[in-house]
Design a protein around this ligand. Structure first.
Ligand SMILES: [Zn+2]
Length: 390
């Protein structure tokens, strides 16, 4: 709707009133630009007044008039100025507000991103921890091989390895995690380096001592996962006499009929039941198989159900020599597995068979190895009869 501004002097004969008036000419069909006939007056000023005509687009509607006196105009201008000054003040403050708002959003995004990176970092560190556990297992495994072969046994390989220079840690909130990761990395690298060195040594030993490598008991006599170690090597309370006695082997509980395998290449030196009249001790083992692994080792398999080999027979590692049973002095189906190693006095001394089961990992392996190295020489064991040592 068009606006018409007109400044005019007021005259006295017009009715007083400010603000708004109503035209009547438009109703008479006059043009939108028709002269306004009504004139506003100012009370006594006689000064100029501003008249604003508002012509609606629809010519049937009345034209509206707005009249402003000088004072009203001044007041209006003051109000507009005041409003403008508020707007200007607002804008001058706005940049910092806007900047603050943007910065806050950016900050939140950065925090989220940093948390994500932190999570990734922690996941990496935990994978590194897994690797460390694995390398620890490998180290123990190699340690067992070294012990089984009787290599430089007093040197545990834990301390070996290649020194890695410490890496700089960046200054971040994740400095701790990064430090932890670097430490782990250094440890794992060192341990793997040591393992590689010793494996090289073991390989060299095996190449130079093929017979020894072939005949050193190293495989588990039971290959299925259906067996449980029920009685460890060493002193224990006898299930029969309830007295403390020395257990020269380990007992694996397993179902009757579970195949028993040769732990290394060997010759069968005994297969059957040991005559009671010659020894109650050996008779107790029920159906017994004794293998001779070269000059240095004898392995014994007690309480068997079926014996699958004969005296004098050569067996290869992994061959089935018997099945698990419940013969002799036995409360339940189990295999009594014994490993004897010839010592400096050429006596066959019982050793913890778990050290000679290299394809299994035991929970207390570390302790097992320490004990094997530091335990005093055994004295209270039953010597092997001549029949087994030939
Ligand atoms: Zn036993």
């Amino acid at each position: 709707m068009p606006l018409k501004l007109r400044l005019r002097r007021s005259s006295k004969d017009r009715p007083p009133g400010g603000g708004e008036g109503r035209g009547s000419d438009s109703r008479a069909g006059g043009s939108r630009y028709a002269k306004s006939s009504r004139k506003a007056t100012s009370a006594s000023s006689g000064g100029r007044r501003l008249e604003i005509q508002i012509h609606p687009g629809n010519i049937r509607r009345r034209v509206r008039y707005l009249f402003f006196t000088r004072r009203q105009l001044v007041t209006l201008a003051a109000l507009v100025l005041l409003w403008l000054s508020f707007v200007v003040a607002g804008f001058s403050l706005a940049p910092s507000v806007v900047r603050g708002f943007l910065a806050r959003n950016e900050y939140r995004a950065l925090v989220a991103e940093r948390e994500l990176s932190g999570e990734r970092l922690r996941a990496l560190v935990s994978r590194l921890e897994g690797l460390e556990g694995r390398s620890e297992e490998l180290r123990l495994q190699v340690d067992k091989i070294i012990l089984a072969y009787g290599l430089t046994s007093d040197e545990s390989i834990g301390q070996g390895g290649f020194p890695t220079p410490p890496r700089p840690v960046p200054q971040t909130v994740y400095a701790n995690v990064i430090q932890q990761g670097n430490d782990l990395d250094a440890r794992v690298s060192g341990e793997l380096g040591a393992i590689a060195t010793f494996l090289e040594e073991v390989r060299a030993f095996e190449a130079a001592n093929r017979e020894r490598a072939r005949t050193t008991p190293s495989a588990s006599p039971l290959t299925s996962d259906r067996f449980v170690l029920t009685s460890p090597f060493g002193n224990r309370r006898s299930p029969f006499t309830k007295n403390l006695d020395f257990h020269a082997g380990i007992d694996f509980a397993a179902p009757v009929g579970t195949p028993v395998h040769a732990p290394a290449d060997a010759v069968v030196v005994f297969a059957g039941r040991y005559p009671l009249r010659r020894s109650v001790g050996w008779w107790r083992y029920g159906n017994l198989v004794v293998l001779a692994h070269g000059d240095d080792f004898r392995t014994l398999f007690g309480h068997c159900n079926e014996i699958k080999v004969q005296r004098g027979q050569r067996v290869r590692q992994g061959d089935v020599i018997a099945t698990v049973g419940n013969t002799g002095w036995s409360t339940a189906s189990h295999l009594h597995y014994e490993v004897r190693r010839r010592d400096d006095e050429r006596k066959f001394v019982p050793v913890d068979p778990r050290i000679y089961i290299l394809d299994r990992h035991w929970r207390d392996e570390e302790r097992l190895l320490v004990r094997a190295r530091t335990a005093p020489a055994l004295a209270n064991f039953e010597p092997l009869p001549d029949l087994f040592t030939r």
